[in-house]
Design a protein around this ligand. Structure first.
Ligand SMILES: O=C(O)C(=O)C[C@]1(C(=O)O)C=C[C@@H](O)C=C1
Length: 121
């Protein structure tokens, strides 16, 4: 197990204290009803929207997995021809594309995607 897998997750910037923890996930804890966050209304619009977000996140994660696989195929082909695993010119183009679409946070997203797609030697 990597150190990052065991580390305590970073606090949310706007919620430094843990909030709304699902106590039912803890063995022997109270049932789920008792774990509802206090003070946060969860009308139908929130529940529906969250279901959509859960679906979107699942699709994003599946696309990332597909991208990682495709990048590995590209790199294997290049390495088989005597090339290097990485192509920094191409990475610069990709980072620019994300920046154009998303602004400064796009650079962070592109860097994270590329980190996942660079492959591990
Ligand atoms: O396009 C390539 O040449 C890849 O290897 C894929 C990819 C990427 O994930 O987009 C990954 C690593 C390279 O440094 C550049 C780009």
């Amino acid at each position: 197990m990597t150190p990052s897998a065991t580390a305590t997750p970073a606090a949310h910037p706007e919620h430094p204290e843990p909030v709304g923890l699902d106590a039912s996930a803890v063995p022997g804890a109270a049932p789920a009803e008792a774990a509802e966050p206090v003070g946060q209304p969860t009308p139908a619009g929130v529940r529906t929207g969250r279901a959509q977000i859960d679906d979107l996140d699942a699709r994003i994660l599946a696309l990332i997995a597909e991208r990682v696989h495709t990048a590995a195929t590209i790199q294997a082909a290049r390495i088989a021809e005597g090339g290097r695993r990485l192509d920094l010119k191409r990475e610069t183009e990709i980072i620019a594309r994300y920046r154009e679409a998303l602004g400064r946070p796009g650079v962070t997203v592109a860097m994270a995607v590329l980190e996942l797609c660079r492959g591990r030697v």
